[in-house]
Design a protein around this ligand. Structure first.
Ligand SMILES: [Mg+2]
Length: 241
């Protein structure tokens, strides 16, 4: 399989995680990437850009090369969304994102995991407007994502609320582990793109769901093909109880 990556490889900007977590026999928490895993879209940021016919491709490349940080990346995205000469409101973002479909099998997947006494989390570099909604709908225990601040009139002011650095999702897994007292060995991470590889590196089990590139496929312990995320339950069965 060819790489065919559209964007600069962030692996040239950050090193792989030096901490390699031992593989496990039992899972107590499953952390999910959101876009492409629990929702059937490529990116919640891109979903808004598509609505306004804007593009953040240049700032993606600057970010991946380490020329700008996450806050500047969010700022450059947010200032592109304008309606009637004014920055959009958060309510408008919620309205645009309201028709984002869940991935097939998402409800069943989360419900079954919870019924087995296992905690769940969303670790998304996507928008909190969508992550919080999906987290509530599915009953996810912990939700980490990124937000945008608004001014007193509810309009985006260009300032980001940084919860998840796109290139550093491993940091969120480590803080989740500390917060929940669940060892890294007992955390499984589910993701579909290369930005989920740092989660795989620090988690006891890495599951690539319908991976979009060869690097993600190769970095995972298990690969689940297709567009039904409840198929990961079969793979998780060996790591429950
Ligand atoms: Mg994704």
């Amino acid at each position: 399989m060819e790489h065919n990556c559209r964007f600069y490889c962030y692996r040239k900007t950050r090193e792989p995680n030096s901490h390699k977590t031992n593989k496990t026999g039992k899972i107590e928490l499953v952390a999910f990437d959101m876009d492409g895993v629990l929702t059937d879209i490529i990116s919640s940021w891109k979903y808004i850009h598509d609505y306004y016919n804007t593009s953040n491709e240049r700032s993606i490349n600057d970010y991946l090369k380490g020329k700008i940080d996450d806050m500047e990346f969010i700022r450059r995205d947010a200032i592109l969304w304008v309606e009637n000469g004014k920055p959009v409101t958060k309510d408008k973002l919620a309205e645009i994102l309201s028709d984002v479909p869940l991935m097939k099998g998402a409800e069943n997947c989360i419900a079954t995991i919870k019924n087995n006494g296992i905690k769940t989390a969303i670790v998304s570099a996507g928008l909190d407007v969508l992550a919080d909604k999906v987290g509530t709908e599915l009953g996810v225990d912990y939700v980490y994502s990124n937000g945008v601040e608004t001014d007193e009139n509810g309009h985006l002011n260009g300032v980001g609320i940084l919860g998840v650095k796109l290139m550093y999702k491993d940091e969120v897994i480590i803080s989740l582990s500390e917060k929940t007292n669940i060892p890294l060995e007992r955390i499984a991470a589910v993701g579909n793109s290369c930005y989920d590889i740092p989660m795989f590196e620090v988690s006891g089990l890495g599951i690539a769901f319908n991976p979009s590139d060869i690097c993600t496929r190769e970095a995972a312990d298990i690969v689940v093909e297709g567009n039904d995320v409840s198929k990961i339950l079969q793979a998780l069965k060996n790591y429950v109880n």
